[in-house]
Design a protein around this ligand. Structure first.
Ligand code: AKB
Length: 312
């Protein structure tokens, strides 16, 4: 990657990825973009709606972009409230990005998710290639997106790459509208009030990842030797799998007074129950050297350290 465009740059991943890519490739090599005027980014910024392929092509040409990191999307729980909006943004947005990439020869990274699996998928050590019959509109858009990326790669030679992200935990921008959001909010509440009400049940296991690992995965996959990549969207990647009760116990090692109760959201619980407990990421490890650095204990210590120092 030399000159990079990020769509959805103000979201949970985009906020940190913008800064991370600037540190790796140089400040002026990264163009952040989003639907709204944005003054938060210390980056070159373009107001850009992914629903316009024309705008996308203009911005790509204007900045001589060679790689698009396409993050603009609606997440799982939010998508169930407005499936039509999700389809519009997640599917038509990706279609436009792929069309723009075809026109301009840009490479594309777009994330898939553990949401691309469903209740018939093997729950533990979910293989790279397996049954994908999700029950959420978000998951359906992810499976369709994976296939679309394969299609653009095989038919038009677009350099498409992606990973199936688990729930992402971070301390910069909050997630919005996801099923795994509890694993971020719990840390803020633990520091602010010492108490958290969890919207998933105590034994709901899900794959999770700390943001520094997720950012590194994007760069390592985009810089990987194309000849070694057998999957063009998307690779299983994994770092840790835990349940809300395990996370609460880990936080209590640092904050013994911390208490958690449960107020289960049935929509989110049904979504979480349809997702795998843990993914098998051996293909990513073998084909482009994927290795996570943070486990539950390292992630928890770091989150509490960063958020704790901010609250003082
Ligand atoms: C969500 O919960 O919707 C996302 C995801 C796992 O893709 N965090």
């Amino acid at each position: 990657m030399k000159k990079i465009l990020i769509t959805g740059a103000s979201g949970q991943i985009g906020t940190e990825l913008t800064t991370y890519l600037q540190s790796v490739y140089g400040h002026d090599q990264v163009v952040a973009s989003g639907r709204h005027d944005d003054i938060r980014h210390h980056a070159i910024y373009e107001k850009l709606d992914v629903l316009s392929a024309v705008q996308l092509i203009e911005v790509i040409r204007k900045h001589q972009i060679d790689s698009v990191i396409h993050l603009a999307a609606i997440l799982s729980a939010q998508g169930e409230k407005n499936p039509e909006a999700l389809w519009q943004i997640n599917m038509n947005g990706l279609y436009n990005v792929l069309e723009a990439a075809k026109e301009t020869s840009a490479a594309v990274f777009t994330p898939s998710s553990i949401a691309a699996f469903g209740p018939e998928t093997p729950l533990d050590h979910t293989p790279q290639l397996t049954i994908q019959r999700p029950r959420t509109i978000y998951g359906i858009s992810k499976v369709a997106g994976e296939l679309l990326c394969d299609y653009y790669h095989h038919h038009f030679g677009v350099d498409t790459r992606g990973v199936r992200f688990p729930g992402l935990i971070s301390h910069e921008a909050l997630p919005g509208g996801g099923t795994t959001d509890y694993a971020v909010h719990i840390f803020y509440k633990a520091i602010e009030t010492g108490q958290f009400s969890c919207d998933l049940g105590p034994e709901t296991f899900l794959d999770m990842m700390y943001m520094p690992d997720a950012l590194r995965a994007v760069v390592e996959l985009m810089e990987a030797d194309p000849a070694k990549l057998q999957h063009r969207n998307a690779y299983n990647i994994s770092a840790m799998s835990f349940s809300p009760s395990q996370l609460a116990k880990e936080i209590q090692k640092h904050l013994p007074e911390f208490r958690m109760d449960y107020d289960v959201n049935p929509v989110k619980q049904a979504i979480a129950d349809s997702w795998p407990n843990s993914l098998d990421d051996s293909c990513a490890r073998a084909q482009w050297g994927w290795r996570p650095e943070y486990d539950l204990s390292a992630m928890t210590s770091h989150m509490l350290k960063v958020l704790g120092s901010r609250s003082r």
